[in-house]
Design a protein around this ligand. Structure first.
Ligand code: NAI
Ligand code: MG
Length: 365
């Protein structure tokens, strides 16, 4: 059986705390399911700056380029706020994303039944929800030229340019179709082809990739504004949504929050296929380093644990192990085990980061 290589970058704040629980989960799968991992650990963000004067060393980057998957905790914190922009912790993360060319950002919105009442929407609308938004991450209006603010006559003008090439659209479309094949074979592509030429191209290219390479996947198109409405009205109609950088930024935050706490949300950023046929990949919780609770044992490790579950599914082809792990999280929540961020108005006693890890390991057993 193949050995899965994994580079762990715990980072700053609660990053190392939640990652410690993931390490126990990894050890459990190695010991109980015979899955072979080759795990290495390194520094990123403020931790790397403290040790090396840079938030990401070339050696760490080279390692990240070689492994099957990178798992990152979180970076940043008040200690680093006054650093020069070029060595800020976030630069380490951005450099990883850019150098690894991680153009496809997967943000699942999954509603665990036990937390359905946490949603701002009615229980029926969100219970059982399990969708993924695929956001193009390295092009579009955040990167297009010309950009900037200049003066025209007496007033200032701000400019950003939405620019997409055919190949940029094609590769993120492929990433969404591949994902759909591992789920329920359904993709909805969102743009504004009614008012934007880049949206017309987006729609055409996604359709072409579908027709020539993935005819077996069900493809629909939707204008992004309607998509926002539908996400709030009836999110369960979707499975995989693929969209550009700007719409994806907004829609993924919206979809994620349908389901509850920041402490629950995993993500994946995928690049082009490597020699083993799997995409280059980095997995990370959506949350940051949470300096307000760092070092207190209060952090919810589930977002990071579910990020590892995504690695199992999308990088390691261990779908059964991923199901098992997600099932263990589901059971623990159903049993009423809650870290502080998951406490409802009814109150109760929250468990610590380690106790949440204990409960998930016990559920795995
Ligand atoms: P944050 O996500 O760190 O925290 C926001 C709020 O959510 C805080 O009240 C925090 O206690 C809570 N929270 C976050 N994760 C939690 C968890 N796992 N369990 C329980 N509660 C949790 O965002 P914030 O406060 O805006 O940023 C703090 C630092 O993190 C900054 O330096 C920021 O630049 C950095 N950051 C890093 C990110 C990354 O590494 N990907 C993403 C977002 C922020
Ligand atoms: Mg955002």
């Amino acid at each position: 059986m193949a050995t899965h290589s994994l580079l762990i970058l715990p980072g700053d704040g609660i990053g190392p705390e939640v990652m410690a629980e993931v390490r126990r989960v990894i050890d459990w799968f190695a010991a109980n399911k015979g899955i072979a991992f080759d795990v290495s650990e390194d520094l990123v963000g403020g931790a790397a700056y403290d040790a090396h004067g840079t938030p990401l060393t070339d050696e760490t980057l080279a390692k990240a380029q070689e492994v099957d998957a990178v798992l990152l905790g979180a970076v940043g914190g008040p200690k680093y706020d006054n650093l020069d922009f070029s060595v800020k912790p976030e630069r380490g993360l951005l450099r990883l994303r850019k150098e690894m060319d991680l153009f496809s950002n997967l943000r699942p919105a999954q509603c665990f039944d036990a937390l359905a009442d946490f949603s701002s929407l009615k229980r029926d609308v969100v219970a059982g929800l399990d969708i993924v938004i695929v956001r193009e991450l390295t092009s579009g209006v955040y990167f297009g030229e010309p950009r900037g603010i200049h003066k025209e006559g007496n007033e200032r003008v701000g400019i950003n340019t939405q620019r997409y090439t055919e190949s940029e659209i094609a590769r993120v479309a492929r990433s969404a179709f591949e994902l759909a094949k591992k789920r329920s074979n359904k993709v909805c592509s969102m743009e504004k082809a009614n008012v934007m030429e880049s949206g017309i191209l987006w729609r055409d290219v996604v359709q072409e990739i579908h027709d020539t390479e993935y005819p077996e996947v069900e493809l629909t198109h939707m204008y992004a504004d309607n998509g926002a409405m539908q996400l709030v009205r009836a999110p369960k109609q979707f499975d995989v949504i693929v969209t550009d950088n700007l719409f994806g930024d907004v829609l993924s935050d919206c979809a994620a929050m349908l389901t509850g706490s920041l402490g629950m949300l995993p993500s994946a950023s995928l690049g082009l296929p490597m020699a083993n046929g799997k995409p280059k990949a980095m997995y990370e919780p959506v949350h940051g380093s949470a300096p307000d609770i760092a070092g207190q044992g209060k952090a919810n490790p589930i977002a990071c644990i579910l990020s590892f579950a995504m690695a199992l599914r999308y990088s390691f082809d261990e779908g059964e192990a991923a199901d098992l792990l997600e099932g263990a999280v589901e059971k623990v929540l159903a049993d009423g085990v809650r870290t502080a961020d998951l406490m409802g108005p009814e109150g109760g006693t929250p468990v610590s980061t380690t106790e949440m890890g204990d409960a998930i390991l016990a559920a795995l057993d």
